[in-house]
Design a protein around this ligand. Structure first.
Ligand SMILES: Nc1ncnc2c1ncn2[C@@H]1O[C@H](COP(=O)(O)OP(=O)(O)O)[C@@H](O)[C@H]1O
Ligand SMILES: [Mg+2]
Length: 429
């Protein structure tokens, strides 16, 4: 039977994601899109493209309610900000998905920590801070080294480490820079808060300001991985583990990654166990998930979990490595179609994030045709363009883009990427 499926998004998709939509249509279903209207989706896929200012959660719900259509499934790819809206819409239409409070608990790092603590998941100590004075107190209570991060953050925006007592000297400056950056993002882009009314709607008891509230956490030392897993009726299937490389402290922007993560069976079962414990503690039932883990000397600890597919290249990279299309699988989960997964390793990949090396205006980004048509290069995405202002943290937490290469081994993928990177030039003046 033909079903109406609503996809919620903050941005357009890659060809691989569109393949999931073609496959879904082949099954006889109808697809609809809800976005902020900032892009034009590929023609011939969606029956209708609903557009609204998606920062206004309650208004969007009213707008969608006024449409003379019922949806049988609602899902999302990656847009972290829109996971609570997706859950609210799914609830409204009586669809399969996560409860709104579950999506909110994944959005607010403070609420996430509370839920994980209740579930006995290994996490660092944490304190909620409402202003600079609160932040300073929290840093003194938790002690150095520690990490300060916005409650509603994403992609390490505004996140920084306080390494030693000496860092207290410019703590206020770093905090103010970050708050300014986050406030600007909230107006210009997709970082947004929820009103008290919206938080009530989701069943949030202790309200937070997603933009200016901060969390101070005990610093977790060690290597970090992210785990993409599909959850159907609470059953967790890992589809990709990414080995992450981040910049040197005090900032945490990801600079490179490798997928699959090469490890033995013992470590694999440790990862499976902690992801399951995290998913169950936060009560994710039906969706893709993205979990970050740091392997500390005291054992693995959870950085965070999202009820969505991993960002940047991850959707396409996981497809390259396993043949599993996470967007298609997310739609199947939302439709309630029982799935069996066979996750293989078909190749190795490595991704380089293009981080600005200095502050200024981008005058040129040169990626020659030979790189674009190189069969080893499967993903090139630019988020900034000539004319855009950029810089390393703390002025900005933006990155220019990323590029991914495949190979028959991790070393081969690395070599293919390095060869391509040598041909790329980016000018900032
Ligand atoms: N308590 C912590 N200890 C060590 N590193 C941390 C801690 N919290 C965050 N980080 C680092 O900062 C990055 C961003 O923090 P995270 O909580 O994942 O927020 P975001 O939503 O911005 O990704 C993490 O991937 C990790 O590298
Ligand atoms: Mg993260």
């Amino acid at each position: 039977m033909s079903k109406n499926i609503l996809i919620v998004t903050g941005s357009n998709y890659t060809n691989r994601v569109y393949e999931a939509f073609y496959e879904t249509k082949k099954l006889g279903h109808k697809l609809y899109l809800l976005s902020d209207g900032s892009f034009e989706p590929t023609a011939g896929i969606f029956e209708k493209h609903f557009t609204y200012d998606l920062r206004k959660t309650k208004e969007v719900l009213e707008y969608m309610n006024s449409q003379p259509i019922h949806f049988d499934a609602v899902t999302i790819k990656t847009s972290e900000w829109l996971t609570p809206l997706t859950a609210l819409l799914a609830k409204e239409y009586g669809c399969i998905g996560n409860a709104p409070i579950v999506a909110f608990n994944c959005r607010s790092k403070y609420h996430m920590r509370q839920e994980l603590k209740k579930g006995g998941v290994p996490i660092p100590q944490f304190r909620l801070c409402k202003n600079y004075k609160g932040l300073l107190n929290a840093v003194q209570e938790i002690g150095v080294p520690c990490v300060a991060k916005p409650v509603g953050g994403n992609a390490s925006y505004g996140t920084f480490m306080i390494q030693t007592e000496k860092d207290l000297i410019d703590l206020e400056k770093k905090y103010n820079f970050s708050i300014e950056y986050l406030k600007k993002k909230a107006i210009d882009e997709d970082v947004f808060a929820f009103t008290d009314e919206e938080m009530d709607l989701m069943g949030v008891r202790e309200h937070v300001d997603m933009i200016t509230d901060y969390l101070v956490e005990e610093f977790m030392a060690g290597p970090e991985v992210s785990v993409d897993a599909l959850v159907q009726n609470g059953k967790v299937t890992i589809t990709g583990i990414e080995d992450q490389i981040r910049m040197e402290p005090p900032y945490f922007l990801q600079t490179a990654s490798r997928l699959p993560y090469v490890c033995d069976e013992k470590q694999m079962s440790i990862i499976q166990k902690i992801v399951e414990q995290t998913v169950h503690s936060i009560e994710i039932q039906n969706s893709a998930t993205h979990t970050e883990i740091i392997f500390t000397p005291q054992g693995p600890k959870i950085v965070e979990i999202g009820c969505r597919i991993g960002g940047d290249d991850l959707h396409d990279t996981i497809w390259e490595v396993t043949g599993c299309n996470l967007m298609f699988e997310s739609i199947m989960i939302a439709l309630g179609i029982s799935r069996d997964y066979d996750i293989k390793t078909l190749c190795h990949t490595t991704t380089q994030v293009l981080i600005p090396t200095k502050s200024g205006t981008i005058t040129e980004i040169n990626i020659p045709e030979s790189v674009k048509t190189n069969p080893s290069i499967f993903c090139i995405d630019l988020l900034l363009k000539p004319g855009d202002k950029t810089g390393p943290p703390p002025q900005s937490f933006d990155y220019i883009g990323y590029i991914s290469a495949r190979g028959i081994s991790p070393e081969d993928a690395k070599k293919n990427l390095e060869d391509a990177l040598k041909k790329i030039s980016i000018n900032i003046v």
